[in-house]
Design a protein around this ligand. Structure first.
Ligand code: ATP
Ligand code: MG
Length: 339
């Protein structure tokens, strides 16, 4: 892409990415109030660009039918997952996107290996899947509440047998391998953590209690989980350290300002699609020949006085342009490392 949008987005998301192999301490390394020196007005403009880019790239992703994308969204309660999904997806074709929300697993889900239910919701080629919570719950809520593990019918962690610490390292490894397998087979995995401060969560909870129309969003369980704040911060830090990989990186998005979080999430997804750089498929010459035969037939059906091909009459360059309407196909650009 030659108009600088791709570069702008790449630079914007760079500071949010967790460097593979680095040791993350969430509270020390990431500020939930960070906004990149941006004013809200500029942010709205950038979100507009991001959303239009998403729409354009999604169309190409679907046309090429080779790659799929999984966007995993993780956050603590009131982190803004729902609003982010709504805004990020506002410009895309709903036919190409599938949103899946993962709650407490059902009995059927618990009767399978822990990745099973997430695998059921993977995208087809050409599609974007958004995971509202994801397989990362298996090393987050399950880690903070190891009693959940006992319900998972694991051979080595059944009732009365306790939970060894090695299970989390094993799960990180298994998740990394699974994501590697998906990536190698054309399914790009990208992960966004909406990083909310404890004070902002308190404010949002209170608002949900104060406004009757928001009461449905609040549950007593939310306050119970909040009391485990430090355990969650630790679980998030370890998860980010262990599972941000070259092939499936984590982005930590500052979430205290909703408008900024939405821009970041849109930018991360746009950046992922730009890295894939999907192309409209080439039509083979013999198919192109058939198209031209059909064209002549349609032209002959033109009513008296009408141009034989109204579109070509209005766009004189399109007729010679071939299958891509005269647009040069973008070469895959090497990503420029920022910093
Ligand atoms: P909302 O923003 O509407 O509150 P939510 O994603 O928090 O959305 P809830 O129904 O409130 O949805 O909560 C879902 C709950 O399911 C969360 O507390 C989450 O931790 C829990 N959960 C998700 N995956 C698992 C899992 N694998 N094992 C146990 N609990 C899980
Ligand atoms: Mg909830």
């Amino acid at each position: 892409m030659s108009d600088g949008r791709a570069e702008r987005i790449a630079e914007f998301v760079e500071p949010l990415r967790v460097e593979p192999g680095s040791r993350v301490d969430l509270e020390r390394d990431f500020d939930p109030r960070y906004k990149s020196g941006m004013k809200k007005r500029e942010g709205v403009e950038l979100l507009r660009i991001g959303v239009s880019l998403l729409a354009e790239y999604q169309t190409r992703l679907a046309a090429q039918d080779t790659y799929g994308v999984v966007l995993c969204l993780q956050a603590l309660d009131a982190g803004g997952k729902d609003g982010t999904i709504r805004h990020v997806m506002s410009g895309v074709n709903p036919q190409g996107v599938r949103v899946s929300s993962f709650k407490v697993p059902s009995a059927e889900e618990l009767d399978h290996d822990y990745l099973w239910r997430y695998a059921q919701r993977l995208p087809a080629r050409g599609e974007i899947a958004i995971f509202n919570r994801s397989h990362y719950e298996e090393v987050l809520v399950v880690r903070v509440h190891p009693e959940f593990l006992l319900r998972q019918h694991l051979p080595e962690h059944g009732p009365g047998r306790g939970v060894g610490d090695d299970i989390w390292d094993r799960r990180y490894r298994e998740i990394n391998r699974w994501e590697r397998h998906l990536t190698d087979n054309g399914f790009k995995v990208v992960k966004v953590f909406l990083n909310l401060s404890k004070e902002e969560q308190r404010i949002r909870f209170l608002k949900r209690i104060d406004l009757p129309e928001k009461n449905w969003k609040f549950s007593a369980a939310d306050v119970r989980e909040r009391s485990r704040w430090d355990d969650y911060q630790k679980a998030f830090s370890e998860m980010l350290s262990a599972t941000s990989t070259r092939w499936a990186p984590w982005y930590v998005v500052p979430a205290d300002r909703k408008w900024f979080a939405r821009i970041c999430a849109a930018a991360v997804l746009a950046h992922t699609l730009m890295e894939i750089d999907p192309q409209y498929p080439d039509v083979p010459p013999e198919v192109r020949k058939d198209l031209l035969v059909a064209k002549r037939g349609l032209e002959q059906e033109a009513p008296a006085g009408a141009p034989s091909d109204p579109y070509a009459a209005r766009h004189p360059s399109s007729e010679q342009a071939g299958p891509h309407g005269g647009k040069k196909r973008g070469k895959r650009k090497k990503r420029r490392k920022h910093g």
